[in-house]
Design a protein around this ligand. Structure first.
Ligand SMILES: Cc1cc2nc3c(=O)[nH]c(=O)nc-3n(C[C@H](O)[C@H](O)[C@H](O)COP(=O)(O)OP(=O)(O)OC[C@H]3O[C@@H](n4cnc5c(N)ncnc54)[C@H](O)[C@@H]3O)c2cc1C
Length: 554
C-alpha cells in the first residue's frame, strides 16, 4: 500500500477560525500534507484515533487554547499519548499568553501563536515550517504494513503472526505492554485483554480474528472465483505448488486450495541445502514464496485458509467440499496434503503450545530467542536444520535425541554442521518427560532413557520435530489408504495383479492415480513417496502429465 501524506491537524471551536486555519495550512502545505480540521477536542481525538489505526503519521497539532468541552492543553496532552512525535502548538488570544507560556513546560509545548495570525506568511508559516522540521528530525514514518498487537507469550498472538508470516504478508509486531502497542490499543478503544489485535493497512481493527477472516482482510483469496476447473489441487506445499505451476502453465484451469498457508513443511524449513540449483541452500519460505508467485503468474488461482473436508465423484466430475460449506468441482483432483507434525504427548505440552513450545516454526520465533537457552526435540533433518538455524540467534541450543546417535537419522552434512557449531549441544538417549511453567514455558524435565535419571532444566523455548502423519483423515472410500493413512496409488493398488475393488475402467490406474479415476496423489501424502522437496515438486509435475492423459481419454 502506498504511504499517505502526513497529517497537520487543527482544532478550534469557532468554525470560522477553524476553517480559516485549515485554509491557510492547505494553501501552503496541501501538496505534501493532509490537513485535518476539527471543532472540538473530542472530535479531534476521534480523528487522531482513526489516523493512528490507518498507520498515518501526524506532523503537527495546532489547538485553540479556549474550547468549551476540552481545553487545547487537555487535548494536546491526550493527543501526545497517541502521537508522541507530533509537534504541538497552541493558538491563543493575547490575554491567554501567560497560560500558554506555562504550558510550554507542562505539556512540552513547542510554540504558541497569537490570533489573528495575519499575514500567515509572517506569523503562521515560519512557525509551522519550524515544527515540521522538528518533526522530520524525529524520523516518524507512516506505517503501511498490517500491524499486530499481542502478548509475547499468547498462543493466539503467535498463531496470528505465524499465519501472516507463512503467507508472506508483511506485518509490524507490537507487544501490548510496550508504548506503541498500547497506543494502537487505545486508538481502537481496547485494552490488553483484547489481544491479539490486527490492524489492517486500511485501518480496520480485528480483535482475535480467525484465519478465514484474517486471510480475507489482508487480501488473500479464500473462495473460488468460478465453480468448475480442469483440476483442483488440495494442499499448497511443494507438491501442490509444483502441480499448480505446471497445470496453469499448460493452460489448465487450475485452483489450489490450502488450509493454512502455502509452503507446507518446506515453507517452515529454515534452510534447504539439497534442492537442485541452489548450491548455497535457500530458505524454505523464500523457495515456496517464489513457487507461489510463479504458479499465480501462470494463472493458477490460490485459495488460503480454505480447508478441504471431503471428496466425492459426481458422474465424471470430482467435487471437493470445503470446511465453510462451499464446494469446488473439476474434472480431476490432485491430493497434495502432505503430513502434519506429531505433537509432544507429555504433561504440560498441550497447554504451553504457542507459549514457548512450537512446532516447526523456528524461523518465526528465532529473533525472540536472542540470548536464550533453547531446546530442540528430534533426531531427523528437520530438527537438525532448526538447531543450526537457532544457534545463530540463541545463546545455546540443546538438541534432544531419543536414539543413542545422531548419525542414525540425520544427513551427514547436518551432523557435521551441528558438530561445528560451538553453541549447539547434543543429548542422546534423552526424551522430554514434562513441560512446566505459568504464563509460558519455564522448565523441562528430561529423562535419560539409558539410566532412567530425570533432570529438571530451565527452558523458555522448545521446538518440536518428532515425525509426522499424513493429512488424509478426511478422505473416505473409495480413496484407498495404507495402514498409516498414506494414499495408495498406481501399481501399489494392484494386488496380485488385480485392480482395486470398484475400479470402473478398462485400464490400470496411472502411476500416481488413486483408487478413484481422475484423482491423483503427489508428495509426502502418497504411500511410498520419498519425503523430500525435490520429489514432491517432481510428483506434482508428473501428476499434471497424468491429468492430461486422463483428460485426453475422456
Ligand atoms: C522443518 C523441515 C525441514 C525440511 N527440510 C528439508 C530439506 O532440507 N530438504 C528436503 O528435501 N526436504 C526437507 N523437508 C521435507 C519436505 O519439506 C517435505 O518432503 C515436502 O514439503 C513435502 O511436500 P508436500 O507438498 O508433499 O507436503 P507438505 O509440505 O506437507 O504440504 C502439504 C500442504 O497441504 C496442506 N493441507 C493439508 N491438509 C489439507 C486440507 N485438508 N485442505 C487444504 N490443505 C491441506 C497443508 O497445510 C500443507 O500446506 C523438511 C521438512 C520439515 C518439516
Amino acid at each position: 500500500m502506498e504511504a499517505t501524506k502526513p497529517v497537520l491537524l487543527t482544532v478550534d471551536d469557532d468554525p470560522g477560525v477553524s476553517r480559516a486555519v485549515a485554509r491557510d495550512l492547505r494553501r501552503r502545505y496541501g501538496h505534501d500534507y493532509r490537513v485535518v480540521r476539527a471543532e472540538s477536542g473530542p472530535e479531534a481525538l476521534e480523528a487522531l484515533r482513526e489516523i493512528k489505526l490507518r498507520g498515518d503519521a501526524v506532523a503537527v497539532l495546532l489547538a485553540d487554547y479556549r474550547m468549551p468541552q476540552m481545553s487545547g492543553l487537555e487535548f494536546l496532552e491526550q493527543a501526545m499519548d497517541l502521537f508522541p512525535n507530533a509537534r504541538r502548538a497552541l493558538l491563543t488570544a493575547y490575554a491567554d499568553t501567560d497560560a500558554a507560556i506555562q504550558a510550554i513546560n507542562v505539556i512540552d509545548l513547542d510554540h504558541y501563536l497569537l490570533k489573528p495570525w495575519e499575514p500567515p506568511s509572517e506569523k503562521l508559516y515560519p512557525v509551522i515550517d519550524e515544527l515540521i522540521e522538528l518533526w522530520r528530525a524525529a524520523g516518524d514514518q507512516p506505517v503501511t504494513a498490517t500491524q499486530v498487537v499481542g502478548h509475547r507469550w499468547s498462543a493466539r498472538s503467535y498463531e496470528v503472526r505465524d499465519f501472516l508470516a507463512r503467507n508472506s504478508v508483511s506485518y509490524r509486531w507490537l507487544p501490548a505492554d510496550e508504548p506503541e502497542g498500547r497506543r494502537l490499543l487505545e486508538a481502537a478503544g481496547l485494552d490488553e485483554s483484547s489481544v491479539p489485535l490486527v490492524v489492517t493497512p486500511g485501518g480496520d481493527a480485528l480483535v482475535d480474528p480467525g484465519v478465514e477472516e484474517l486471510a480475507a482482510r489482508v487480501g488473500l483469496s479464500t473462495s473460488p472465483a468460478t465453480d468448475f476447473y480442469d483440476t483442483v489441487i488440495v494442499g499448497g506445499g511443494p507438491a501442490g505448488l509444483g502441480a499448480a505451476t505446471y497445470a496453469a502453465s499448460e493452460g489448465l484451469r487450475t485452483v489450489l486450495v490450502e488450509r493454512e498457508a502455502t509452503g507446507g513443511q518446506a515453507g517452515q524449513s529454515t534452510r534447504i541445502e539439497n534442492y537442485l540449483g541452489f548450491p548455497d541452500g535457500i530458505g524454505g519460505a523464500q523457495l515456496t514464496d517464489r513457487a507461489r508467485r510463479q504458479a499465480a503468474r501462470f494463472g493458477a488461482e490460490i485459495l488460503t485458509a480454505a480447508e478441504v473436508t471431503g471428496l466425492e465423484a459426481r458422474g465424471s466430475s470430482r467435487v471437493v467440499r470445503l470446511a465453510d460449506g462451499g464446494e469446488v468441482a473439476a474434472h480431476t483432483v490432485v491430493l497434495a496434503t502432505g503430513v502434519a507434525y506429531h505433537t509432544l504427548e507429555v504433561p504440560g505440552a498441550d497447554r504451553l503450545t504457542g507459549r514457548g513450545i512450537f512446532y516447526g516454526s523456528a524461523a518465526t520465533e528465532a529473533p525472540a530467542c536472542a540470548d536464550e537457552d533453547v531446546y530442540v526435540v528430534g533426531g531427523a533433518n528437520s530438527a537438525g536444520q532448526a538447531a543450526v538455524f537457532l544457534s545463530r540467534h540463541a545463546r545455546r541450543v540443546t538438541l534432544l535425541v531419543r536414539d543413542d546417535a545422531l548419525e542414525r537419522s540425520m544427513s551427514h552434512y547436518l551432523v557435521r554442521q551441528i558438530r561445528d557449531s560451538a553453541n549447539v549441544a547434543v543429548r542422546v538417549n534423552t526424551v522430554v518427560a514434562e513441560a512446566a511453567g505459568g504464563e509460558h514455558l519455564e522448565r523441562l524435565r528430561l529423562c535419560d532413557t539409558a539410566t532412567g535419571r530425570v533432570e529438571e532444566v530451565p527452558a523458555a523455548y522448545l521446538f518440536v520435530f518428532i515425525g509426522a502423519a499424513p493429512c488424509t483423515g478426511w478422505l473416505d472410500d473409495p480413496i484407498r489408504r495404507d495402514a498409516k493413512g498414506f494414499v495408495v496409488t498406481g501399481p501399489d493398488l494392484l494386488v496380485g495383479g488385480k485392480r482395486p475393488r470398484g475400479w470402473p475402467l478398462d485400464r490400470d490406474p496411472y502411476y500416481l492415480e488413486a483408487s478413484l479415476p481422475g484423482v491423483f496423489a503427489a508428495g509426502d501424502a502418497r504411500a511410498n513417496s520419498v519425503k523430500r522437496v525435490a520429489s514432491a515438486v517432481g510428483e506434482g509435475a508428473m501428476a499434471i502429465q497424468l491429468v492430461h492423459r486422463y483428460l485426453e481419454a475422456q
